[in-house]
Each structure stands twice: as structure tokens, then as C-alpha cells.
Write a protein of this length. Structure first.
Length: 377
């Protein structure tokens, strides 16, 4: 879930970022300590072997960021995340060794963790340096995110990290861009969703709120390490009434199907079929939201819908502008709910969004836009 590659790594001054490592294996503790200490931006503030110990150490030493194993003795990574975000909110990076079983890390992301990355595992791995560098970079990036305390309300809602600006009025009216000349809601053919940091929970929220008979294909770009993408798509399918699958080249998009860009490949929606591309990174990303949105602008024009969600950097912002210029209906997540408002905020600043919506109103708007033969209210 990296999203800052094109905007550079946040500067931290001369002070090193203090990392609390939560890991029960002594061998992996040593490995992670070596990886983190070797990075001049980071230092190990402490090591916890259990979730309970981690909670005590956080109160005592107030680290800048937490590296969290998901399989711990006693309370698991999900419960640790929930307690941290309720009691002493901190940026949390989930470090996972088994990329096939994403249930716990995905639940941790829903509970407030900011990213999931692959555990380096062993110095003997051919890609050890790449994996280690990615881990450190994510710790640096996520340490800059301002998180807030999560309080579970009677209805189960919780505030998201982020802020700035007022929540838009919730009058339910459709902007003029959604209305055809005869006063009916315009006809749309496809939806694109793009997200980075904080995206898994945001995407899960939107898809969970959409009915099984949603009439359009949905294309998803989420910034995440390639080894996790198959498991991520599978997990999304467990929280959505819509079927979810990894996109494959040559597939014909079907209504009511969610197509997730696979790891390390751009996804292009060309109308009749899907295409995958190994072209260079765009905005530091592959898959890139820019590529998806640009392809939708060409293929669908005014009958496309683009939604740009939480994320660091600018990926997808100019693609959303292109969709808007092509007549598409474009939505940017509002700052009141975005974990990081950089991606949607850039789109708004560039004039690429028809409207800004808090996360809990996005699915409702998509349902309004895709209601057959209904007059606009």
C-alpha cells in the first residue's frame, strides 16, 4: 500500500524514526532489528514478543511507528491493532510472512493498520534487499501519517484518520453532471476505484455497501505488494456481495463483477476486454491508477465513473482529470474520511472531481448513478 513514491520519501530531519518491533520469533526479531538498524532513517525503540507486552511498551516509550507480526501468542495482530488504535493510536505496519492467508492482516487494516508488507524472512533470499528496503520505506512513510483514536460507536462506526475541511452536506441530491437532458439519471457502463494507503478498508466499506445486483463492472487498483494481491482479491470477495477476482488479460468485463489489478501489472479497461501491461511504473506505481483512469477515459468517455480514494502521492489524480474532461462522473474521497488525502486532494485541486464525498456516501452515490430509468431527485 505504498503511495508516495512519486512525491519522495518524507523527510524526518536528523532524528531517527523510532520503531517498536512486535514479533514472537527470536530469529526474526534479530533479522528485523538488523534490517531496521541498517537504515539511517530508523532505529529500533524496542522489541515485544507478545501483544500484551507491546501494549505496555507503547505506553512507556511512545514509538513513532509499530512493525507488527500478525501471528502472536495470546492476543493476535487484529486485537493488538484494535487496542492500539483505541488506547494509544500510532501508525502500524503489518509485517506478514504468509502471503496466502490474509484474513488477520486485512482485519488489522480494517481496524486501523496502515499497510501490510512482506517479512524479509532470510538474508539468503534472492530478493532480500528489495523486500528489506520496501519494509523500511513503508515504516518511514507511515510514521508520517497522523492517526487518531478509534472509538466504536453504538452503530459500529468509527472515525478515520485524516482531516481538514467540512463534511459535505448530506442532502442526497445529484449534481447536474449526473442528469441527462430528459431529467433522468445518465447511463453509465463501468466504475473504476483507485486507492493506496488506507485503501483496503475503504474498498471493503464501499463493496460491502453495494448489492449483489449492481449493474456495472467494477475495476480496482490498490497499491500493494505483488505477493499479496491474490489473497487481497480473495479477502475482498468475503466482505462483498459482488464476486471479486484478479483481472486477466482478454476477459470481457461483466456487470456486477469486481476486477482487481494483479500484482506488478497495470490494468487497462478497453471496453470490450481487459488488458494487462508490464509497462514502466507510473507515479512510482504498477498497477497505477493513472493508467486505469486514462484507459477508462478513452474506452467509456462520458459513460464511465471514476472514484479516487485515500492515498499518499498523486497516482490517479491526473487520470481522474482525463476522465472528467471526457465527460465521466468523477468522485474524490473527502478529507474528513481519507486516511491520507493526498491522492484525492490533488485531483480536487486539479479540477478533476465532480464532487467530494465522505467514504460512507460513496456506495450510495454509485447506486443513485446506476438506478435504471429513475428521474433525478
Amino acid at each position: 500500500m505504498s503511495g508516495a513514491a512519486n512525491s519522495g520519501i518524507p523527510t524526518t530531519g536528523t532524528r531517527r524514526i523510532r520503531v517498536l518491533v512486535v514479533e514472537d520469533s527470536p530469529v526474526i526479531q534479530q533479522l528485523l532489528s538488523h534490517v531496521i538498524s541498517a537504515d539511517p532513517r530508523l532505529e529500533v525503540a524496542g522489541i515485544a514478543s507478545t501483544g500484551e507486552q507491546a501494549l505496555r511498551m507503547i505506553e512507556r516509550m511512545a514509538p513513532d511507528v509499530v512493525s507488527l507480526d500478525i501471528r502472536l501468542p495470546g492476543i493476535d495482530g487484529f486485537e493488538v491493532t484494535s487496542r492500539i488504535m483505541r488506547q494509544n493510536p500510532l501508525p502500524i505496519v503489518v509485517v506478514a510472512s504468509d502471503v496466502r492467508d490474509l484474513d488477520i492482516p486485512m482485519r488489522a487494516l480494517q481496524a486501523g493498520a496502515l499497510a501490510v508488507v512482506e517479512k524479509p524472512g532470510s538474508m539468503a533470499r534472492a530478493d532480500y534487499q528489495t523486500v528489506a528496503h520496501h519494509l523500511c520505506t513503508q515504516l518511514v512513510i507511515m510514521s508520517q501519517v497522523k492517526v487518531i483514536r478509534h472509538r466504536i460507536s453504538a452503530r459500529g462506526a468509527k472515525p478515520a484518520a485524516g482531516g481538514g475541511g467540512e463534511t459535505p452536506a448530506q442532502d442526497g441530491r445529484l449534481p447536474a453532471e449526473a442528469v441527462a437532458a430528459d431529467g433522468r439519471v445518465r447511463r453509465f457502463r463501468a466504475v473504476g476505484l483507485v486507492a493506496s494507503t488506507g485503501g483496503p478498508a475503504a474498498l471493503a466499506k464501499i463493496l460491502k455497501d453495494m448489492p449483489a445486483d449492481f449493474p456495472l463492472p467494477v475495476f480496482v487498483v490498490q497499491h500493494m505488494g505483488a505477493p499479496f494481491m491474490a489473497g487481497f482479491a480473495s479477502w475482498l470477495g468475503t466482505v462483498s456481495a459482488l464476486p471479486v477476482r484478479l483481472a486477466e488479460a482478454g476477459l470481457t468485463p461483466r456487470p456486477g463483477m469486481v476486477y482487481v489489478a494483479p500484482g506488478d501489472r497495470h490494468l487497462l479497461a478497453d471496453g470490450a476486454t481487459l488488458r494487462l501491461s508490464a509497462d514502466p511504473l507510473v507515479c512510482g506505481q504498477r498497477p497505477s491508477g493513472e493508467v486505469l483512469f486514462q484507459s477508462m477515459a478513452r474506452a467509456y468517455g462520458a459513460s464511465g465513473i471514476g472514484v479516487l480514494l485515500t492515498g499518499m502521492g498523486e497516482d490517479g489524480a491526473r487520470g481522474l482529470v482525463e476522465m472528467h474532461r471526457a465527460g465521466a462522473y468523477t468522485i474524490a474521497e473527502h478529507a474528513s474520511t481519507a486516511v491520507i488525502h493526498s491522492m484525492p486532494g490533488t485531483a480536487v485541486r486539479l479540477g478533476g472531481a465532480v464532487e467530494e464525498l465522505p467514504l460512507d456516501r460513496v456506495a450510495g452515490r454509485l447506486l443513485q448513478l446506476t438506478s435504471d430509468d429513475k428521474m433525478a431527485s
